[in-house]
Write a protein that binds this ligand. Structure first.
Ligand code: ADP
Length: 374
């Protein structure tokens, strides 16, 4: 069977006519972010915000048309809305003079306006324990007496449902907005509550921006001292969107001690510096292993890498978290260590990091970051 090509898909989509304009959806430039992978096809259909869900028939017609092509296994088309001219980041980029700061993004009427500090937990690469740190940092801040929310924005690999053992779907508060799901005293929201585990990952790319915006704008967080945002790993478009739209008041960078991880951690630092998000500091995860018998520390991945990186970049070293079997076991069983064993040695590492973060946000909380376009 011939491989699916972009042209084959577009050719078929040209047969789908948009009733509103009377022209086909390709000619009308509605098809965006087309992704084809192993028989799975994903794209978004751009419509005006005013039209919204009324465009549903054209969306389903587009999906249906592609299923007729041999070799197509799944099709996911999502509706995305145009922003009115002048409202988009690109538009403000075009009109903002060089090096002039844009208005602070967190407006008084923003759904996030009841939140004191919005802190990204980020890493340059996956698998370094970013989500583990995000969950336990949120719980440690809660332990210190703060009201805390946790937003799992890791659209490619949401871990919060598993780490907190949440299988429910969020309820709708007022018919439009979603209510966070509460667990261990945290208000939580995850893209994983909304997306079926079985849904292929590939279509998520084109949706990242709109899904993230929705998670920021359409969740009834209420008043919180801290919202911890578990970022997608890396430094691409999704991360930039979040850094800009979430009006982050600070970022915590997580790395393991190896040089390969630290190279990417430096990229994450650079991204936050560029978007004027204050870097609260670096956490070194999986710093060392303590032998249960001899109590001797083994620096499996080398010693002190993140601390040196923090010093070189002029940022705070927030602390290290050794490799503890209990951290992994409790993550896997949905009972994170700070909730299940709050007085244990591993929990103490997170509480110490939370104390520094909370102190630092005391000094940063009033300063919403500006975005400077060079
Ligand atoms: P990321 O979010 O960076 O992809 P995770 O937080 O999902 O990483 O962690 C990856 C794996 O490593 C998980 O199984 C987690 O339980 C485990 N893990 C993370 N930190 C530690 C630690 N300090 N000690 C032991 N296991 C850890």
């Amino acid at each position: 069977m011939a491989n699916l090509t972009r042209e084959m898909i577009l050719q078929r989509l040209r047969t789908v006519v948009d009733d509103d304009t009377g022209i086909d959806i390709v000619a009308a430039d509605m098809v965006r972010g087309l992704v084809i992978k192993g028989g799975h096809v994903g794209f978004s259909l751009e419509v005006s915000a005013a039209r919204g869900q009324r465009a549903e028939p054209v969306r389903s017609a587009a999906e249906k048309a592609l299923y007729d092509i041999p070799g197509v296994l799944s099709v996911t088309a999502v509706l995305t809305a145009h922003k009115p001219p002048g409202n988009s980041v690109r538009a403000s980029q075009a009109t903002t003079p060089k090096s002039v700061s844009r208005t602070p993004p967190r407006q008084v009427d923003s759904p996030l306006s009841g939140i004191g500090s919005i802190i990204a937990v980020a890493s340059g690469k996956g698998g370094v324990g970013k989500s583990t740190v995000a969950v336990n940092l949120a719980l440690a801040l809660r332990k210190l007496g703060h009201s805390v929310g946790l937003l799992d924005a890791d659209i490619y690999g949401p871990s919060i449902p598993r780490m907190l053992d949440i299988k429910d779907k969020p309820a709708s508060g007022n018919g439009k907005k979603l209510l966070p799901i509460e667990k261990f005293g945290l208000k939580t929201m995850s893209i994983g509550y909304l997306i079926d585990d079985e849904t292929p990952m590939i279509w998520r790319g084109p949706m990242v921006g709109s899904a993230l915006t929705q998670m920021l704008n359409d969740v009834l967080w209420g008043d919180l001292d801290f919202l911890i945002v578990d970022m997608p790993p890396g430094t691409g478009d999704a991360q930039l969107t979040l850094a800009q739209k979430a009006a982050l008041t600070g970022a915590v960078i997580v790395s393991t001690p190896q040089e390969v991880a630290l190279i990417d951690a430096r990229k994450a630092i650079a991204m936050f510096e560029k978007t004027n998000v204050p870097i609260l500091g670096l956490v070194e995860n999986m710093s060392y292993f303590v032998s249960p018998n001899t109590k001797e520390k083994s620096y499996i991945f080398g010693e002190g890498g993140a601390k040196r990186t923090a010093e070189q970049a002029g940022h705070t070293f927030l602390g290290d978290v050794p490799i503890y079997v209990e951290i992994r076991e409790n993550s896997d069983s949905g009972t994170p260590i700070v909730a299940s064993q709050p007085d244990s040695a591993p929990a103490a590492c997170f509480v110490s990091i939370a104390e520094t973060v909370s102190q630092k946000q005391g000094t940063h909380a009033t300063e919403a970051p500006n975005i400077v376009f060079e």
